[in-house]
Design a protein around this ligand. Structure first.
Ligand SMILES: Cc1cc2nc3c(=O)[nH]c(=O)nc-3n(C[C@H](O)[C@H](O)[C@H](O)COP(=O)(O)OP(=O)(O)OC[C@H]3O[C@@H](n4cnc5c(N)ncnc54)[C@H](O)[C@@H]3O)c2cc1C
Length: 439
């Protein structure tokens, strides 16, 4: 038995954990349980990787099985960490086609949440690069799924939050890069309209994401710093890096001191941080290493403890493009009025989605972090109402508290349920989240 949580440390639950080694032990753990869920590295924020009866820890299944240096086709077990994929293949000139904002996630977690990155508007989500996967079903059978073999199960498993079975391994493609660096462009905007105009004007950039000052109000509402990026070519690097463009210094991550009080992040500290951060980031271009560009938060290990013992709630929604300006304005006004202040607020442009339970849809996605407390829960219900009224949806990988009605934002939810029932008639694969949302 272990007390487990997601990255938000809310909720926590006493779970029986099983760490099966190899196919036989995994099959026995699945077939002998009446309820189970897979867990990768626990970087989803809420309760999708928690099951009180059986939480299957899969991180040790972390072998790289095959790699084709001619095409970038990589086959690996589902517990392999993104950080290890990068450390192994970036020095050889390969990078992942899509990455979330932390490299401490597993391949299985990236597929099950169908993660998106700063390039979704151009490159789609991680699932778009998965060629095939091996799935262990509730009865212990292992099936291969791809666009040609069990295509419906394949579609439902990408973004399916572990509810169709346990992904044992997957084949996906890496992309070629010339260097370990990014040519970063920064653009500071005055308000939401200018931020959205900048996203559209720079939509040919491979990567784009904006830090948004969620406490700015009135005519500054929605002011942001937009970070765009391209994989740097060798000739764009400073002379000293050109001889070894794929080399990068390993960053020493820092740990927070113990005993951070829950009030360390409050509307005053967030406001002060936002003022300084906005002023410090001026428009311009520079070369930065991939770690700093994609994973700034990974520089501080366990930064989730900043929110104190009660934990944090992340809220990430997407609004369809034509309703995004109105909806985002209402949401930012609600956050400003609540005065809670989100320490990290990120706005991204998304392209068309894959359907089923995959989160992305064409539009704008806003992610906000708040301390977990009753006041935040009230604010988030209010944000849910705005999202629903504007035809949007909330990201399951970040959710810890929404109500089943919010699944109306996923138009293929009924089709997903049907497929899931066919693959797992007794509903063995379930998480605290799937039970709460009646998935
Ligand atoms: C700092 C930070 C930044 C983030 N940025 C982004 C971002 O930019 N974009 C984005 O899309 N997400 C982002 N995320 C969310 C994160 O990428 C996803 O939640 C991801 O699923 C976590 O992977 P994990 O291995 O930790 O999975 P877990 O959290 O352990 O599990 C997540 C889900 O995947 C399922 N699962 C895990 N392994 C398997 C398996 N082998 N077979 C079947 N199902 C499995 C679990 O059952 C669960 O439903 C971020 C998270 C953090 C903490």
């Amino acid at each position: 038995m272990r007390t487990l949580s997601g990255w938000g440390r809310f909720p926590r639950a006493e779970c029986r954990v099983v760490a099966p080694k190899g196919e036989v032990e995994l099959r026995s753990a699945i077939t002998s349980a009446s309820s189970a869920i897979a867990r990768g590295n626990g970087r989803s924020y809420g309760d999708p990787a928690l099951n009180r009866e059986t939480t299957l820890l899969l991180r040790h299944a972390d072998r790289i099985l095959d790699f084709d240096p001619a095409t970038g086709r990589l086959e690996a077990e589902s517990g392999v960490m993104l950080a290890d994929i990068i450390a192994t293949f970036l020095p050889r000139g390969w990078f992942v086609p899509v990455t979330p904002g932390t490299k401490f996630v597993t391949l299985g977690g990236m597929i099950a949440a169908d993660v998106h990155g700063k390039n979704h508007h151009k490159a789609g989500s991680f699932g778009d690069y998965v060629e095939s996967l091996e799935l262990m079903l509730a009865d212990g059978r292992v099936v291969r799924c791809s666009a040609g073999e069990n295509p419906e199960l394949f579609a439902a498993t990408i973004g399916g939050m572990g509810l169709t079975g346990v992904i044992r391994s997957a084949v996906f493609r890496l992309i070629r890069v010339e260097s370990a660096f990014i040519r970063q462009e920064i653009l500071r905007t005055r308000d939401l309209a200018q931020t959205m105009e900048a996203f559209e004007a720079l939509r040919d950039r491979s990567y784009s994401a904006a830090w948004i000052d969620c406490l700015a109000r009135g005519r500054n509402l929605g002011r942001s710093i937009l970070f765009c990026g391209e994989h740097a070519r060798v000739e764009e690097l400073p002379a000293r890096q050109r001889s070894n463009p794929l080399a990068f210094a390993k960053r020493n991550a820092r740990r927070l001191p113990p005993g951070i009080p829950g009030f360390a992040l409050n509307s005053w500290t967030v406001k002060a941080f936002n003022q300084v951060y906005y002023a410090a980031n001026r428009s311009g271009v520079k070369i930065v290493d991939y770690d700093r560009f994609f994973y700034p938060l990974d520089a501080i290990l366990e930064w989730n403890r900043l929110y104190g013992p009660r934990g944090l709630l992340q809220y990430q929604c997407v609004l369809p493009k034509r309703k995004a300006a109105a909806g985002l304005t209402m949401m930012l006004e609600a956050v400003g009025r609540a005065g809670t202040g989100s320490f990290l607020s990120v706005l991204k442009l998304l392209g068309p989605g894959r359907g089923m339970l995959s989160f992305p849809m064409e539009g704008y996605t806003l992610a906000l972090d708040f301390p977990a407390n009753p006041r935040t829960l009230g604010l988030l219900s209010w944000l849910d109402a705005i999202v629903a009224a504007h035809g949007g949806r909330v990201y399951l990988a970040k959710d810890a508290r929404m109500k089943p009605e919010m699944m109306d934002g996923y138009p293929e939810f009924a089709a997903f349920r049907k497929l899931r029932r066919a693959a797992d008639p007794s509903g063995k694969f379930s998480s605290l989240q799937s039970q709460r949302l009646q998935l």
